[in-house]
Design a protein around this ligand. Structure first.
Ligand SMILES: NC(=O)C1=CN([C@@H]2O[C@H](COP(=O)(O)OP(=O)(O)OC[C@H]3O[C@@H](n4cnc5c(N)ncnc54)[C@H](OP(=O)(O)O)[C@@H]3O)[C@@H](O)[C@H]2O)C=CC1
Ligand SMILES: O=C(O)[C@H](O)CS(=O)(=O)O
Length: 486
């Protein structure tokens, strides 16, 4: 049993939160520390019936919440933000315990999640409609923006705080209410967010959290229930596709942040050291377990060997270990399935002629710890270029020309993030316009921020989160045509 050192033990909540009530539930499920396998807590295990009750509560709470002014809702979101910041250390401890990322990185995620509450606390006051010049002399036209209503949310284990914050903040800002189902592996961060939401004054029924082992059953209820107006999902394209099918009968609005397979391109005119630093972030952040991680690294021939050597030298400095240990930069992978996927991609590449420059095996610590790995002489047909690895594997592909690398980079059903390094201004514009991706990092490997629209094209998803654009997905337009005026 892992005992967490918390300043406020009340943040380690194991009950579900429905309609402002903490519910023990009948069954419970174990939450374990991926670094040690130790039990952290036993959490209430709710199902479809409980989900329906939470949806009813959210539906009932909607009118009262929407009737507040944007400024009033924004003030409550701002208090929630302030409480997240004040309790960031404890929230980071809970996050590291259940997900494994190093504590400093976990605390960074808390600040990232809180930034969405801050951003949308302000945006709540700026949901502007419009007037349109009448099409007839006696007509006046007004466009209103109104909250869509009850929002169902399903989020992954890799950012158990920020992915919920990135959804609940715009939803509550405009007057929607929210039913969140966090990943089975990481429910504690979501429940701690609910503790702070209650303390911030979020009214009963406005924000509900359904911890559950029954992802499919809870998801099916959220998708089928006619009281749910919208589903917002972050996770794999496979599950996103299933949810779309389940939402079709009730024509729900959907926001989908799905899988990625980001190309990272280094031209021979790049600042090579800057490109290596960018690749380290884009590839190894969160141990490679982010949807925007560099999955394929393309390096122009003239600088290929130098880049490979420099990247391997930097990656060799990463320190793999328990996220609570000082100086650890790289925690465990989330589970054994994740380890197997990394190993499969490495084995396939080596069978095809790739070579190991660094790592290539599980870390000496055992368990789900894996050595940061750099492969060279990777080719476009290999699994690592076709599928998202979701682990610490940097696969280097050599290229000669700009046209060749554009063809390889765009040869994917995904289009979430892409990155390239070049100091040629004309090339920067050509590449930025040519890459089939929702987001492009130019001479940087870190693009995630609350101020910019996050999202993908092709099979990487629908809609955008964050920025002034992210609020539109939670609003409906209503057109008023006023006649008889003249
Ligand atoms: N675009 C983005 O921002 C992100 C994309 N991803 C992508 O997700 C994948 C890795 O994350 P991972 O969590 O494994 O993805 P999954 O799609 O397996 O899981 C995401 C969430 O969906 C839930 N879920 C699984 N099956 C169903 C179902 N049938 N009905 C309803 N909900 C379901 C999971 O529950 P449970 O875990 O309890 O089974 C989890 O809460 C990668 O492809 C990654 O790229 C991940 C994060 C961000
Ligand atoms: O789930 C993810 O991978 C996040 O979207 C990554 S990010 O927002 O931190 O880049």
């Amino acid at each position: 049993m892992t005992t967490l050192a918390l300043n406020d033990p009340g943040l380690l909540e194991t009950r579900a939160y429905v309609n402002g009530v903490w519910i023990e539930g009948g069954a419970r499920f174990a939450v374990q520390d991926p670094a040690t396998g130790d039990l952290i807590a036993e959490v209430a295990d709710l199902g479809a019936a409980d989900t329906a009750a939470a949806i009813d509560a959210a539906h009932a709470a909607g009118p009262g919440w929407a009737a507040l002014t944007g400024k009033e809702r924004g003030a409550i979101l701002r208090r929630w933000h302030d409480l997240m910041i004040q309790n960031a250390d404890d929230l980071a401890t809970i996050l590291t315990a259940e997900m494994g990322k190093p504590w400093a990185e976990a605390r960074g995620e808390i600040l990232y999640g809180a930034s969405f509450l801050e951003w949308f606390a302000e945006e709540a006051k700026r949901v502007y409609g419009e007037t349109i010049p009448g099409h007839q002399r006696d007509k006046r036209i007004v466009v209103l923006k109104q909250p869509v209503g009850v929002v169902g949310s399903i989020t992954p284990w890799n950012f158990p705080n920020a992915m919920i914050a990135r959804k609940v903040a715009p939803a509550l800002a405009v007057g929607c209410t929210f039913v969140a189902r966090p990943a089975e592996l990481t429910p504690l961060s979501a429940l701690a967010m609910a503790v702070l939401a209650e303390r911030a004054g979020v009214p009963a029924g406005v924000f509900n959290v359904i911890p559950s082992q029954d992802a499919a059953g809870v998801g099916a209820e959220l998708c089928a229930n006619p009281k749910v107006a919208k589903i917002t999902f972050t996770g794999s394209t496979r599950v996103g596709r299933l949810l779309m099918q389940q939402c079709a009968p009730t024509i729900k609005k959907m926001s989908l942040e799905l899988g990625g397979n980001a190309p990272f391109i280094v031209f021979d005119d790049a600042d090579l050291d800057a490109a290596v630093d960018g690749a380290m972030i884009a590839k190894f952040r969160n141990n490679g377990q982010t949807c925007v991680c560099a999955n394929r690294i393309y390096v122009q021939a003239r600088v290929y060997d130098a880049f490979a050597d420099k990247l391997a030298a930097k990656a060799a400095q990463l320190r793999v270990g328990n996220g609570f240990d000082t100086g650890v930069t790289t925690g465990p992978l989330i589970n054994s399935a994740a380890v197997s996927k990394v190993e499969a991609h490495i084995a396939d590449a080596l069978a095809g002629g790739a070579e190991v420059v660094l790592g290539g095996t599980r870390a000496p610590l055992g368990g789900t710890f894996f050595a940061p790995t750099v492969l060279r002489d990777v080719t476009r047909d290999m699994l690592v270029c076709r599928e998202e690895t979701f682990g610490p594997l940097a696969a280097l592909v050599r290229f000669e020309s700009e046209d060749e690398v554009i063809d390889m980079a765009n040869d994917s059903e995904f289009g979430l993030a892409a990155y390239f390094y070049s100091r040629d201004l004309a090339r920067v514009w050509r590449m930025a316009e040519a890459l089939e991706s929702g987001m492009v990092g130019v001479n940087t490997g870190l693009i995630s921020t609350e101020v910019a629209p996050f999202g993908g094209i092709k099979q990487s998803g629908l809609g955008r989160e964050g920025s002034r654009h992210g609020i539109e997905d939670y609003l409906e337009l209503k057109y008023l045509c006023l006649g008889g005026i003249g």
